[in-house]
Design a binder for this molecule. Structure first.
Ligand code: FDA
Length: 398
């Protein structure tokens, strides 16, 4: 039987980073993954350029049943720390939008950086390698039945990620193990995912597929309410774009979304002013504020003629139109699911983990890091930052 100080299951963002750091701290580390190709989510992230962190990352950018849980790990290994590492490896990067940092060339550079860090720590890496069983031994050690033979370790780190995109290696193994070993699980749900509507509700908007515009979107309960100012994208089955991906993490089945299609404008005021000075038709006037196709679709939906001169429209009619466009309430019937979700919401319940070390309170020596934990970041580099921060907290404690 081979023995290690620390075994990490899952060679994705969190697992690679934790293994390298623990190895460099002097531990004998084994990193294993069931996939042929490791770190696939890093490879495909950020359109191939990996949005590896966000300059502004703070606990306010994360969702969890316990929103304070991420505080300690993020404070002790921050976005600035990871940026420092990227710079030390000579990787060029740039800021795109709201603090989001991307590689200039390719996400492969982040993978190679993490592999170099593992090499520097003398980490052994086996893949593909599966683990059929994990047995906690009474003395704090763990025994694993792996496809490469029996293994023994002092510490076991589960970094198997979330459930999104099953075809590139996502599995519920980490969640099932956590549950079997006595941990509570916050129900996993697809997050950062396009939302869908019933065919009947969506029929008036199908023609708008491909149209994009900036909006405010909000939803949620009083406990966790989200509001974002981002671009919205109409699709054949519903809504997507950054605004919807962001709000999808807050959306619960049965809740409505509220959309303001003319953000930072008093549309009622603008239409009434236009009425008093303009000779244009209502459709043309509205198309000065909204994309033309959207303006036409809304007018026909409300039974208003686009060719009617705005000067002949009733004030009440214009105000109602403005109210509908600035507080469009609509109820998704679901999401595009794990196939399209960027991340999982929910996971191992943080009540059963230490926020300092990500170690189990039920079973000392066992840690959960990265996306398998009930901490989910916004779109924009926050999920990788959680992977780095939680991995560092675990490696430092180990
Ligand atoms: P990750 O998924 O990276 O790694 C888990 C590893 O565990 C995988 O290698 C898997 O093969 C392995 N594994 C699973 N089950 C196993 C088992 N039973 N046995 C052994 N190994 C097992 N985030 C961000 O901040 N910026 C971005 O630009 C993007 N972009 C993006 C695009 C797309 C398309 C997706 C799907 C996701 C993103 N993300 C993102 C999210 C980000 O990729 C994600 O949050 C992190 O990769 C999570 O890191 P983990 O290490 O926890 O899991």
């Amino acid at each position: 039987m081979q023995s290690f100080d620390l075994i990490v299951v899952g060679a994705g963002a969190a697992g690679l980073f934790c293994a390298g750091m623990a190895g460099q701290g002097g531990l004998r580390v084994l990193l294993l993954d069931h996939a042929e190709k490791i770190a696939e989510k890093i490879r495909i992230s950020g359109g191939g350029r990996c949005n590896f962190t966000n300059r502004e990352a703070s606990p306010a950018n994360f969702l969890s049943e316990n929103p304070h849980f991420c505080r300690s790990a993020l404070a002790r290994y921050s976005a600035q720390d990871f940026i420092g590492l990227v710079k030390r490896h000579g990787i060029g990067f740039h800021e795109k939008h709201k603090g989001q940092l991307f590689c200039d060339d390719s996400s492969e550079q982040i993978i190679q950086m993490l592999l170099r860090e593992c090499e520097a720590g003398g980490v052994q890496r086996w893949q593909p390698c599966t683990v059929a069983d994990v047995r906690p031994l009474g003395n704090g050690d763990f025994e694993l039945d792996s496809s490469a033979g029996p293994l023994r370790t002092r510490r076991l780190v589960i970094a198997t990620g979330g459930l999104s995109i099953p075809k590139i290696g996502a599995s519920d193994w980490g969640l099932r193990l956590a549950e079997r070993l006595g941990h509570r699980i916050v129900t996993p749900r697809p997050a950062l995912v396009p939302l869908t509507f019933s065919a009947e509700d969506w029929a008036p908007f199908v023609e708008l597929a491909g149209l994009s515009l900036p909006v405010y979107v909000s939803t949620g309960s009083s406990k966790q309410r989200g509001r974002f100012h981002e671009d919205l994208l109409f699709t054949h089955r519903g809504l997507s774009g950054p605004a919807i991906l962001q709000i999808s993490s807050y959306w619960q089945e049965g809740q409505a979304l509220s959309l303001d299609l003319a953000p930072d404008t008093d549309l009622g005021q603008a239409l009434l002013q236009a009425k008093s000075r303009s000779r244009k038709q209502l459709g043309n006037e509205l198309a000065d504020i909204l994309p033309n196709r959207l303006a036409q679709a809304w007018l026909s939906r409300l039974g208003l003629s686009p060719s009617k001169p705005i000067a002949e429209a009733k004030d009440k009619e214009l105000q109602e139109l403005a109210d509908k466009l600035q507080a469009w309430s609509l109820s998704p019937n679901g999401s595009e699911g794990w196939r399209k979700a960027e991340v999982m919401r929910g996971g191992v319940d943080t009540r059963d983990l230490s926020s300092q070390s990500l170690e189990s309170k039920k079973l000392p020596g066992l840690h959960f890091i990265g996306e398998v934990v009930d901490v989910t970041g916004w779109l924009g580099g926050y999920n990788f930052q959680w992977a780095w921060s939680s991995a560092a907290a675990c490696a430092t404690a180990a």
